[in-house]
Design a protein around this ligand. Structure first.
Ligand code: MV4
Length: 589
């Protein structure tokens, strides 16, 4: 088994992988961009290396910088998560050349599935059912028109380099074919530097049903049943569930075998997903995702199998820890993607700083999150902050459990999809097991999800906001709204994220009243007063627990101690000057 693994990703999936590494007794290495200096995945790992500036091209996608971090850390393997470099065959090869294990399939399998036309041809040859259409690229309207007639309208035009719906156009009738071809080619060129397109019969209102597979280096290929991911908007999945509402045991076995066949056809190893469409009781191969997916958790919940752990074990050459006949589905799981988006405004991104943050818990609830109180959700990366997953005996009870968990979830400071999920899961359409396209396209229904502007996270213009408090008057509880200057509550607002989120490095003691609140590198003032003494210098090294400054308030001297060891990067305080509660005292890196 590996001694140390580098996680080439950020957010919830980086933390998910680090958890698996912890359980396997493997050291974890995080990488981060300048925008992610305070991110949870960085604090959660055993060690961490800065890659570069915020934009992914200069950090999470910069192969040379990643190779540098791998060398410096001595990691023997790399887990790519999803997105970024997860399906980049050149990256897998570069690692191979450097003698580093890529925790994923062989580069050849990534390449084979990366070209959708090649994948379709391979699958057809292996006897896997594909959506009727071409397995060769089509070039131009002249060539495409007669083929389209043969397949029959409506026609789906798809980019060969595409996947996940990028470069996907529909021609309802011959008059629309030219524009569909041009649109799909343009998008293919833009996203994949490949304008090649192919044609499929357009299936009306299909279900997106995908099968999880796992393969080891000893010839075992198994499937873990299916997931239904039909609730999508602009090809972004929003809600996923397992098992699929329309799949019975017989169909499950059939599509499971199709998926295993598809994986075998490309010499697959590791975790992968065979995506397909279910229409009129028939199942068609769509594409294979050669990575762990966002929605792998619903399968973990109904099978009890840790997919990421198996992925790591298999990459280290170990056999799968179970056989096909050991895979038993129990109950029903649902996942809601908690995005920083505003459903009422066409799902516009809603970046900003998270204020209050409280995750749901209790029976059957799992939260895979990459954020906490004080996290800055940047527009640089994917808006998905967390995933809320629930499990219960059946779909109906799992739905009720999800509604309960959504109601418990508190995220202040930014808009999120929480109200969207609550409304959708309460709808009749969801209860009937429909794909909910009508709701997702209904401006009036979406508009009704509008929530009042969230209170900005405290720190900057806290005085301008309204705040809600719970008070007791003669033993009776009241919820009250206070307008204007908040009392000295900022210290609790800046309290560190739950200690459980980062077992390795302790932040901001909390053991004595003399400690400041802290979030990441920043030490905040827990109280209003005057700076009486400053005991450190900018640029100097400090130990965790060392006195940074003394603040005099109400004739008392309060020693403020460093929440972590490091170098004093910023020290915006001077002796004899006042500070407010929540002001930055120091930044320690
Ligand atoms: C299709 C289709 C109909 N016919 N292909 C491909 C990527 C995925 N995000 C959705 N894709 C579709 N491919 C053919 N030949 C319809 C969709 C589709 C869809 C499928 C299932 C559930 C929801 C969907 C929403 C939009 C498009």
């Amino acid at each position: 088994m590996f001694g140390k693994v580098l996680v080439a990703n950020r957010g919830e999936i980086a933390i998910r992988v680090i958890r698996a590494l912890d359980e396997l007794g493997i050291g974890s290495v995080a990488v981060y961009s300048e925008a992610d200096r305070d991110a949870l995945h960085v604090r959660r790992a055993g060690e961490a290396y800065l890659l570069g500036p915020g934009p992914a091209a200069q950090s999470y996608l910069a192969v040379d910088r990643l190779l540098d971090a791998i060398e410096r850390s001595g990691a023997e393997a790399v887990h790519p998560g999803y997105g970024f470099l997860a399906e980049n065959a050149a990256f897998a090869r570069a690692l191979e050349d450097a003698g580093i294990t890529f925790i994923g399939p062989p580069a050849k399998a990534i390449e084979a599935m990366g070209s959708k036309t090649r994948a379709r041809e391979l699958m057809r040859a292996a006897g896997v059912p594909i959506v009727p259409g071409t397995t060769e690229p089509v070039d131009g309207l002249e060539a495409a028109a007669p083929i389209a007639e043969e397949i029959g309208y409506p026609i789906a035009v798809k980019a060969a380099g595409g996947g996940g719906g990028k470069g996907f156009r529909v021609a309802q009738e011959p008059g629309e074919l030219e524009a569909a071809l041009a649109g799909a080619a343009r998008e293919g060129e833009k996203f994949f530097s490949d304008p090649t397109v192919y044609l499929e019969r357009y299936l009306p209102d299909p279900r997106h049903v995908e099968v999880q597979v796992l393969a080891d280096a000893h010839g075992a290929v198994v499937h873990l049943g299916e997931r239904d991911c039909s609730i999508q908007r602009r090809h972004q999945k929003l809600i996923e569930e397992a098992p699929a509402p329309l799949v019975d045991a017989a169909l499950r076995e059939r599509i499971g075998e199709i998926a295993v066949e598809a994986a075998r056809a490309v010499g697959y190893r590791g975790a992968g997903t065979v995506e397909g469409l279910l229409a009129g009781g028939e199942y068609f191969f769509l594409e294979m995702n050669t990575r762990v997916q966002v929605e792998h958790c619903v399968t973990e919940e109904v099978t009890g199998i840790d997919i990421v752990r198996e992925q790591i074990r298999v990459a280290a050459g170990e056999p799968l820890s179970f056989a096909q006949e050991d895979v038993v589905l129990r109950g029903h799981a649902i996942e809601c993607r908690i995005n920083a988006e505003d459903a009422a405004r066409k799902f516009a991104p809603s970046p900003g700083r998270i204020g209050r943050y409280r995750e749901p818990s209790g029976p059957g609830v799992r939260v895979d999150s990459g954020v906490g109180a004080g996290t800055e959700v940047t527009p640089l990366y994917d808006p998905m902050m967390a995933k809320l997953i629930v499990r219960d005996a059946d779909r109906e009870s799992a739905t009720r459990r999800m509604l309960r968990a959504l109601a418990e979830y508190e995220i202040e400071g930014i808009r999120t999809l929480l109200p969207f999920h609550a409304a959708l899961l309460a709808s009749e359409q969801w209860a009937r097991g429909e794909t909910c396209r009508d709701l997702l396209e209904d401006p009036a229904w979406l508009k009704a999800l509008a929530v009042p502007k969230p209170a900005p996270a405290p720190g900057k213009d806290a005085a301008a906001v309204q705040r809600e408090y719970t008070v007791e008057v003669s033993g009776r509880r009241f919820e009250v709204t206070v307008h204007g200057e908040p009392a000295a509550a900022a210290a609790t607002v800046h309290a560190p994220a739950p200690a459980a989120a980062r077992p390795r490095r302790r932040t901001g003691g909390g053991t004595s009243a003399s400690n400041g609140g802290a979030s990441g590198d920043t030490l905040y003032s827990p109280l209003q007063g005057n700076v009486f003494r400053v005991l450190v210098e900018q640029g100097a090294a400090v130990e965790e627990g060392a006195v940074v400054c003394i603040i005099e308030a109400m004739k008392m001297e309060n020693e403020i101690t460093a929440h972590k060891s490091g170098t004093v990067a910023e020290l915006p305080i001077r002796e004899g000057t006042p500070v407010a509660s929540g002001d930055t005292l120091a930044v320690i890196r």
